[in-house]
Write a protein that binds this ligand. Structure first.
Ligand code: NAX
Length: 329
């Protein structure tokens, strides 16, 4: 039997985690031969909620679940962890503008970044899900200077999966046959869902689509606005099961590698690829191998593609501007 890996999860009493923790403990993320220790974090007021969650984890009698730790202390949560899933965040309140949300979340991710820097394994892989995910990941990374920046990522996988499914439904093909999808940019409505490189078998998706207007009129807006559509359809609740599933997909590919003929979208530190300057967490197409990701290079982009990508980059710069005072304080 392998020795257990330590997985920290924040916002662990929230609705995404109610869909996530049981799947991790069942082996869906790291395989059915990998024991796990769950180090669950939430705010002090949420601690009583852990009672039922932990009872249910025990009641599943998961063979792989070695230990459960619950805490409101970030250094306890991140102590010696291999994986950190930062799901918790302040929800957007009524009348709260995006910049207020950024300011409210900044201190959370500053504190968590510092705790990761202090106590996590140096090889820890960090995924930020809590919104605004890209900028929260940037804040976390900036506050963990002793950890390789390449170990920080933001979740765009839900958007990527949504895009795959839209194409599969349109072309009536199995979703697993749709490959090489891309989400560029920010996890927000400025993201650019790009199917111009996507394939089904040996064919480009663009050559299979009979009505090309569908891309502009349906595909792009539906993927960009899917989060809001889910909230409406779920009478006010945001994506939870699909978000948890995307977390599993993201970590699985990062740790075990992507399939040879495919890539996935991950929010990662920009490195001047495709004209996106250093210094933001931006979603690119990546391949993963041996626990490392590489941004796919050499893709042709039209002028319009570049403008869309730049637009999302500008939004990330504006988000950083809104929290700059917190980082220099
Ligand atoms: P919930 O509101 O159900 O849970 C949020 C959790 O965060 C709660 O347990 C809460 O106690 C905790 N929290 C609140 N304030 C906190 C603080 N100051 N410090 C630490 N933890 C705090 O939200 P849920 O639906 O689980 O969503 C969690 C986050 O994921 C939200 O920010 C949401 O916007 C974001 N999402 C990101 C997605 C992505 O693709 N990147 C998609 C799904 C989701 O919308």
């Amino acid at each position: 039997m392998k020795s257990p890996i330590r997985i920290a999860v924040t916002g662990a009493t929230g609705q995404i985690c109610y869909n996530l923790l049981y799947r991790i403990a069942a082996g869906d993320m790291f395989g059915n031969d990998q024991p796990v220790i769950l180090q669950l974090h939430d705010i002090t007021d949420a601690q009583p909620m852990f009672d039922g969650i932990v009872m249910e984890l025990y009641d599943c009698a998961f063979p792989l679940l070695t230990e459960i730790i619950t805490t409101d202390n970030s250094e306890v949560a991140f102590n010696d962890v291999d994986i950190a899933l930062l799901v918790g965040a302040r929800p957007r309140g009524e009348n709260m503008e995006r910049k207020d949300l950024l300011a409210a979340n900044g201190p959370i991710f500053i504190e968590q970044g510092r705790a990761i820097n202090a106590v996590a394994k140096r090889s820890v892989k960090v995924l930020v899900v809590g919104n605004p995910a890209n900028t929260n990941a940037y804040i976390t990374m900036k506050n963990a200077p002793d950890i390789d920046p390449n170990n920080f990522s933001a979740m765009l996988r839900l958007d990527h999966n949504r895009a795959l499914s839209q194409v599969a439904l349109k072309l009536r093909v199995p979703v697993a046959d749709v490959k090489k999808m891309i989400i560029w940019g920010n996890h927000s409505t400025t993201q650019f869902p790009d199917l111009s490189h996507a394939t089904v078998g040996n064919n480009k998706v663009t050559s299979l689509l009979k009505d090309s207007a569908w891309i502009e009129n349906h595909f792009i807006p539906v993927v960009q606005k899917r989060g809001a559509a889910i909230i409406e359809a779920r009478r006010g609740k945001s994506s939870a099961a699909s978000a948890a599933n995307a977390i599993i997909n993201h970590m699985q590919d990062w740790v075990f590698g992507t399939a040879e003929d495919n890539w996935v979208s991950m929010g990662v530190p920009s490195n001047n690829s495709y004209g996106i300057p250093n210094g933001v967490i931006y979603s690119f197409p990546v391949t993963c191998q041996n626990g490392q990701y590489k941004i796919v290079q050499g893709l042709d982009l039209s002028q319009l593609d570049k403008e869309r990508m730049h637009n999302s980059y500008q939004e990330l710069i504006a988000e950083q501007e809104a929290i700059k005072h917190l980082l220099t304080a």
